[in-house]
Design a protein around this ligand. Structure first.
Ligand SMILES: Nc1ncnc2c1ncn2[C@@H]1O[C@H](COP(=O)(O)OP(=O)(O)OP(=O)(O)O)[C@@H](O)[C@H]1O
Ligand SMILES: [Mg+2]
Length: 246
């Protein structure tokens, strides 16, 4: 199986080399667990290190703020955009009905999943994108009324991304109750891999963790791994490294 290097330091070793190529992954977690950083690092590394163009679809945060925050990690997204190695699609502002001044955006005349899919597919074709991130699924589904509509939209999204041949990350939030890895409780079944990010909020250091919950066709780590958001982005550790072997 062909692998796609994630660009998340320490993660590929836990995944037999990276994500299975051409598949969709779910990255889920509570607020502030590092989902957006994870997603941006994936497309940034793809473009900068591996020569693979990427698309970042932001439905929550304004692109200008993402660009600004990423400079703290030394990631110059603007430069990659100018080189056509990265497209940031702004769906955030259309959701509140205001026109965006971004080059790639949805019309402010109402948010529509199909319009967004067309925008994504057009961009994939035009720029030969290999990596796509959708941040986030709950925002994609926010104006869908029934679970049936949400499921249909997600199935369509998954199908089209796979058909386009990209390796994608769908970002979601953790739902309520037991065994729910995503907002709607259906996302995890539509994807080939699930990575869950946690923020424990106890102790002085290392209270962030990453857990690979599933990765089809891969013998993966089943441990809870300490995760650090450092000056160069996300680094995943092994528990032995962190606490020493005893
Ligand atoms: N430059 C930085 N250095 C270290 N840690 C940072 C830096 N920038 C952000 N962080 C940490 O990352 C957290 C936010 O990460 P991120 O935005 O990726 O999370 P998220 O899961 O997408 O959050 P949300 O649920 O709000 O979308 C911050 O709360 C902060 O703790
Ligand atoms: Mg986020």
């Amino acid at each position: 199986m062909e692998r796609v290097r994630t660009g998340i330091i320490g993660l590929d070793e836990l995944l037999e080399g990276g994500f299975p190529s051409g598949r969709a992954m779910l990255v889920s977690g509570g607020c502030g667990t590092g989902k957006t950083t994870f997603g941006v690092q994936y497309v940034y590394a793809g473009a900068e290190k591996y020569g693979e163009p990427g698309i970042y679809v932001t439905l929550d945060e304004r692109p200008s703020l993402i660009r600004e925050d990423c400079l703290n990690f030394g990631w110059d997204l603007r430069k990659l955009e100018e080189e056509n190695m990265l497209q940031i699609i702004d769906g955030a502002i259309a959701r509140i009905g205001i026109p965006s001044d971004e080059e790639f955006s949805l019309p402010s005349t109402g948010f529509d999943v199909d319009k967004l899919l067309i925008e994504i597919l057009t961009s994939i074709k035009r720029y030969g994108a290999k990596r796509v991130v959708i941040d986030s699924i709950p925002s994609l589904g926010y104006n869908l009324k029934t679970e049936h509509e949400v499921r249909k939209a997600l199935l369509k999204l998954g199908y089209l991304l796979e058909k386009a041949g990209v390796t994608s990350i769908l970002i979601s939030e953790l739902g309520d109750g037991k065994n729910r890895f995503s907002k709607y409780g259906v996302e995890e079944y539509l994807v080939d891999g699930v990575i869950v990010l946690h923020y424990m909020g106890v102790g002085m250091t290392s209270n962030r963790t990453l857990h690979i919950r599933k990765m089809r066709g891969t013998k993966h780590s089943e441990d809870l791994h300490p995760l650090e958001i450092g000056p160069r982005g996300i680094v995943v550790h092994r528990i032995e490294e962190e606490y020493g072997e005893s």
